[in-house]
Design a protein around this ligand. Structure first.
Ligand SMILES: [Zn+2]
Ligand SMILES: [Zn+2]
Length: 67
């Protein structure tokens, strides 16, 4: 039942699993979902921004293990 997401397809909008169709990052491949699953990139200065949308957030030091 749990899909290992071994076959992923990606474009500028996001990443989707080809096997189960689940959007894994951003808006999914070809923007298949309206909700961005943020992929946070550290910009330095204690801030992170999403690779796929315009969102930014202050880096949360307590959630380092979620990558
Ligand atoms: Zn999958
Ligand atoms: Zn985002």
């Amino acid at each position: 039942m749990a899909c290992p997401h071994d076959h992923q397809i990606a474009d500028n909008y996001g990443v989707t699993c080809q096997d189960c169709g689940k959007p894994l990052e951003g808006y999914g491949y070809w923007a298949s979902t309206e909700t961005c699953q943020h992929r946070w990139i550290d910009n330095g200065d204690g801030w992170e921004s999403c690779l796929y949308c315009e969102a930014t957030r202050q880096r949360d030091e307590s959630s380092d293990s979620t990558a």
